[in-house]
Ligand binder design. Structure first.
Ligand code: SR1
Ligand code: MG
Length: 408
């Protein structure tokens, strides 16, 4: 652990900004409005410092522990440095889809970023029944640009190796290895479900075929350094703004502290899983048409990923043996991986730590069926992905399962 460092409070952030020229250039002291601590994630403090006459600044400070649990779970605040690097790297590739980073304070683990107060967290929007068109496409475009631009396809080998070494993120990867890729299919003290779902959780643990898939996915996660992936690309890591009054719609991918060089399919999979979870909520609420829309997001993200990567392919740096056949092989691998990681993330959000508001805010009678459906859908995804790695058909079968298991 690093030496003690000063934790920001609503009372100290104004002086903090005033002491940093990179920040006063964006938000001079005389334009500072109010200060709010808004962190609702699992790990960090987040302050929005608004301006009296326009956008302000967001400060995000990594605590030396997991906020969701408390100081009894220490966690390196150096994760903020990984996030800063990912923001810089991804922001250079797809500036319109990543918040601007104004400053990174390595001594106090503070990121200063673009104020996205005119956006909302996509998960919140989904949970309120809103449909933001085009976001799933943006997700695919983002993942493809990162997959190409931070990998050996788009970077010189020496620069790519240096970036890979700098992005090693063991503590945050360990969280994912435990919470996403191990505990959901094993008896674990951090697992919990409604009493009515205990048989479903036991069925998952007893499902040897799914456990086998999780073992393989975990091994890939720990060994396949394909690109500087986001590492936590669920719908709570995406901000959305609808078009209004001449202001265009916007998507911003944030919260990349889990970034490291890992399998590209992991990012797609986290998005897929949270689309399935959004659909489970909609079905539970009797909004079947909106559920079908949410399931359609899997195909939308995949198509955008596929098309964008194909578009970037002619720019690959070494076409000697990275031929068009390599592209097809890579796309096939990512398709299978994405569905597998989607399965891992979906089951984890039902039985493991850090559940989703989508499911948790449902009345218990509805939650039972939604949770059962997501668990069964995730087992289907894990075990059928090799035979049928098509996002659209996986979504169709997930929909059948969610409909058949819903409770009233
Ligand atoms: C202890 S951190 C729990 C979860 O929060 C983050 O958003 C990641 O999904 C992580 O697994
Ligand atoms: Mg997060």
């Amino acid at each position: 652990m690093p030496d003690a460092y000063e934790i920001l409070t609503p009372g100290t952030v104004v002086d903090y900004i005033a002491g940093k020229p990179a920040l006063t250039a964006v938000l001079p002291r005389d334009r500072i409005g109010d200060v709010r601590e808004v962190g609702d994630g699992n790990l960090n403090l987040v302050f929005i410092i608004s301006a009296t006459d326009g956008p302000g600044i967001v400060l995000k400070q990594a605590l030396p522990y997991v906020r969701l649990v408390g100081p009894e779970w220490p966690m390196t605040p150096d994760r903020a440095a990984k996030e800063a690097e990912a923001l810089r790297s991804h922001g250079a590739l797809v500036p319109s889809l990543v918040p601007t980073l104004y400053d990174y304070d390595a001594g106090r683990y503070v990121l200063a970023m673009e104020d996205l107060s005119d956006h909302q967290v996509w998960r919140h929007a989904l949970n309120h029944g809103e449909r933001h068109e085009g976001v799933a496409t943006d997700v695919g475009v983002y993942v493809a640009n990162v997959a190409f631009g931070t990998s050996v396809f788009g970077m010189a080998p020496d620069a790519q190796k240096a970036a890979l070494a700098a992005a090693v993120n063991p503590e945050l990867c360990e969280i994912t290895e435990d919470l996403v890729l191990t505990e959901p299919t094993r008896p674990a003290r951090r697992n919990s479900v409604l009493a009515a779902n205990e048989p479903d959780a036991r069925d998952l643990i007893d499902d040897d075929a799914t456990v086998r898939e999780m073992g393989w996915l975990k091994w890939q996660f720990m060994t396949q350094a394909e690109a500087l992936i986001h590492g936590d690309l669920h719908t709570g890591s995406i901000m959305v703004r609808a078009a209004a009054d001449g202001v265009p719609r916007s998507t911003k991918v944030f919260d990349s502290e889990f970034a490291f060089y890992g399998p590209v399919g992991f990012d797609l999979g986290l998005a897929y899983a949270n689309y399935v979870i959004a659909a489970a909520r909609a079905f539970a609420l009797g909004e079947d048409e909106r559920a079908a829309w949410a399931l359609g997001l899997l195909d939308e993200t995949w198509r955008a990923f596929d098309m964008t990567l194909r578009g970037l392919w002619p720019e690959r740096l070494d076409p000697r043996v990275f031929t068009d056949a390599t592209l097809e092989d890579f796309l096939s691998k990512v398709a299978v991986d994405g569905i597998g990681y989607g399965a891992a993330e979906a089951m984890r959000r039902i039985v493991g730590l850090a559940k989703t508001a989508d499911i948790e805010t449902l009345p218990e009678s509805l939650r039972e069926g939604a949770a059962r459906g997501v668990l069964r859908a995730s087992r289907m995804m894990a075990t059928t992905r090799h035979a049928d790695p098509v996002a659209a058909s996986i979504a169709e079968r997930a929909g059948e399962i969610l409909l058949a298991t819903r409770t009233r």
